[in-house]
Structure formats: C-alpha cells, structure tokens
Design a protein around this ligand. Structure first.
Ligand code: LLP
Length: 407
C-alpha cells in the first residue's frame, strides 16, 4: 500500500506507529473537483478548518487558492499563519466570545456567520466600539432532514444552530438597522456526511426564496454561503455524492440571484486523503471472538466510538488468507473498538494496518486519554514526506500539568 510514490511500510520503518499519513496530491485533486464543479458560479471555497487544522494542510490548500471556514480564534490564527488571507476567512459557530469577535474584527475577516440575535448585538457593539463595521451573514436553519448521524445533523429546528428561516426576515431587518453591522449574506449548513443530495437541494431552494423575500424587503444579499457537508465513501457505501451534481443543485437554485457562493467543505476535501497507520500488537483469541489489538486507539481516532462510524481497514501488505476479527485499541474501554466482525487479511503480531478515510476529523479530535502520546502526522508529496506534527515525548506530556503549592 502506497501514499503517492511512497510505500507505507517504508515510512513506518522510520516513524513508529501509530501515525497519520496524508497525501498532498489527493487534497489537491479534491480541491480541483470543487473548483471545477463551481467554476460556472462566482465562488469561494472556504475549507472547513475543523476537519484537519494542521498548518501544512492549510498551507497546501492556501496555495491552491482556498479560503477558510473557521469556528474559533485558534482556527483563525492557524488559517492566517498558513497564509490564508483574512479576506478569505469566514467565522462561524454558536458561541463566539467577545475576545474572539474582537480578534476577528481586528484581522478584517471576510464575514461573521451569525447564529443568534444576542450574537448579532454583541458583534455590532464590538464593531462600533472599534469604529468599524462587521460584514455578516445570518445562518438560517431551514428545518430539513439531512439524513445523517444525529450527532452531526445541524439543520433541524431542534438543533442549536442558526435562526429559524421563517424568523430570519425580522432579524435581517434588525441587522440592517444596527450601527456596527453590514449585512452581506445568508448562510446555511445542514449537517455533515450527507450522502443524499436531496436535502441540500431542499435547503438551497429555501435560501433562494429567503434572498428574494429580503430583496422585496429592501435588503440586498450579495453572498450565499451554502456550508459544507458532502459525505465521502468510507467503504461501506458503494458510491459517494457527486460534487458536479451538488454544484448543479447550487446552480439551479442560486445562480439567478447573482450572488457570490461560498462553499465550506471539510471532510470531502481531506477525508479520503489520509490514513491512520497502526500496528498489530496482539492477536487475541477470545471465547467468542478473535481480537486484533492495535497500537492505535480511540484517543487517536474517535469516530468509530463516537458515531459508530465505519472506516475501511486493511493490512498494509496484501495477504492471501482473510479472517474475521474485532479490531480494537489498547484503551481500557469496550468502546475502544474500530470494527466488529470485520473480515480483513489474516493478521499476525507486528503487521501494519491502515485505517482509511482518516484525513478528516481524525487527528483534530485526538486526545491524550490513557496518557497516550499523540499519533504524529506525516504529509507526503510525490516521493517526499515530512513530519507535520511530531509525537510529543513523555516529558512534554507530564509537563502539561503543574502541582499547586500545597502539594
Ligand atoms: N460548515 C459548518 C458550519 C460546519 O459546522 C461544518 C462541520 C462544516 C462546514 C464542514 O462539514 P463537512 O464538509 O466536513 O461535512 N466530527 C464529525 C463531523 C462534525 C462536523 C461539524 N461541522 C465527524 O467526525 O463525523
């Protein structure tokens, strides 16, 4: 198994497992799929930094022309440090703090995606105090069923995100009257890992109607941010949604409005560009199951434990025989399971294993649970590779704590 021109087994000779390994070419190809599909529209691709915020990944995307969709001061700082211009940064999230808003205003970012009335008031007040105005889009909640995992559905009325689309005109009227606010756009994001395009189409139609209604109300919208959410094929489905068809839905509903279209893809930009490379510590024959115990765990990749997510898993070397295992990590929880009853190549101690589709929401969601060191991240480009985040050592891990003076 290779990442671009490098055999994973060769990289693993130099970097102890577990580690994340990403392909620059796969990221570039994903970016190009988006930029080609949306070339008929005035569009800006704002990569959702939360999916993988390593600065080397951000710099790779920045060089291709991407902007950034951010949700915290930390993400804005990362995007700027990686060379993404402030005019290409949008700032979303339901809980923006005063400090974060202030920081974003100082940087002159493209827009705030506003999630509530009190947030709108706060942004206006802070902008006014700084003698500036904040460009805003209001994130509307279209109440559509995204048909994805409940924990990553965001566009239903009961979700914490956005403003009910029926109440949006009133909030836009208020926004237009606030001194620190410049209304520029409408924003929508209905969920993540959507494999069916129909909910997007439904949401786009509702947004288009809102933009027309706002125009009648005298409020002109020049930007429509359609969020992210396009799913990837984790190996369980036979197909994944087609970016061209997705762009066509945007075109059908939104083109005539003459607005700039912002897209916020995260997973579909980097998900299939990364694997988690791990090693078999033990093959344990249990009473009713045989376990492959890896040196990677839920602290490295939490998606299977957290969302019951399916990730394709394969031996790095091709095997003649296959066997069925529960594939687990060493953490002391039954939830530390990557796959149950999974047929893969027959495993032996020391074999390398690749957990696929780990480029998005992998390293960024990792922790040091069980006092495990982080899995380093490696970026490949052609025949070269570079460690883009080191594994910290135990001294660094222990020095994160400090003792109070009474101990
Ligand atoms: N824009 C907004 C406002 C978002 O909330 C998200 C993701 C995105 C864009 C990017 O969505 P994507 O294209 O990646 O689907 N940790 C979860 C996914 C959480 C997604 C949160 N929001 C997982 O591992 O499946």
């Amino acid at each position: 198994m290779h990442v671009e021109d490098l055999a994973i087994s060769d990289i693993a000779k130099r970097i102890p497992t577990p580690f994340y390994c990403y392909s620059s070419a796969a990221i570039a190809s994903n970016y190009k799929r988006y930029s080609d599909a949306f070339s008929g529209l005035d569009s800006l691709i704002c990569y959702a930094v939360k999916a993988n915020s390593n600065q080397a990944i951000l710099a790779t995307l920045a060089q291709l022309g991407a902007g950034a969709d951010t949700v915290s001061e930390g993400e804005i700082r990362r995007a700027l440090a990686a060379g993404i211009a402030p005019e290409k940064i949008v700032f979303a999230g339901v809980g923006k703090s005063e400090q974060e808003i202030q920081y974003a205003l100082e940087q002159g970012i493209l827009q705030f995606n506003v999630e509530s009335e009190p947030e709108l008031e706060r942004i206006s007040r802070l902008a006014e105090q700084s003698n500036t105005t904040a460009r805003i889009s209001i994130r509307v909640n279209p109440d559509v069923e995204a048909k994805t995992h409940a924990k990553i559905t965001t566009g239903k009325a009961e979700n914490k995100f956005g403003i009910n689309i029926d109440l949006a005109p009133a909030l836009y009227a208020k926004a237009a009257s606030l001194p620190g606010i410049e209304v520029t756009g409408v924003d929508v994001h209905i969920g993540s890992q959507l494999v069916d395009l129909e909910p997007f189409s439904h949401a786009f139609a509702k947004v288009a109607q809102l933009v027309r209604d706002l125009k009648d109300q005298g409020i002109l919208i020049s930007v429509i941010d359609i969020g992210g959410g396009l799913g990837i094929n984790y190996g369980e489905q036979s197909s994944e949604p087609d970016i061209v068809a997705y762009a066509e839905h945007a075109q059908t509903h939104l083109a005539e409005l003459g607005c700039k279209i912002i897209i916020e893809p995260g997973r579909s930009m980097v998900g299939n560009a990364g694997v988690l490379v791990t090693k078999v510590e033990y093959v344990k024959v249990g009473q009713v199951r045989t376990f492959v115990i890896l040196d990677a765990a839920m602290n490295d990749l939490i998606r299977p434990s957290m969302y019951d997510a399916y990730h394709h898993i394969a031996t790095v070397e091709q095997k003649q025989a296959t066997a069925t295992y529960d594939i687990v990590g060493p953490v002391c929880e039954t939830g530390d399971t990557f796959a149950k009853n999974r047929e893969i190549g027959e495993c032996a101690e020391g074999d390398l294993i690749a957990i696929m589709g780990a480029g998005a929401y992998g390293a960024v969601m990792a922790s040091h649970y069980n006092s495990r060191l982080n899995a380093p991240e490696v970026l490949v480009k052609g025949q070269e590779y570079s460690i883009i985040r080191e594994r910290i050592d135990f001294d660094a891990l222990l020095s994160m704590d400090s003792l109070p003076n009474w101990l």
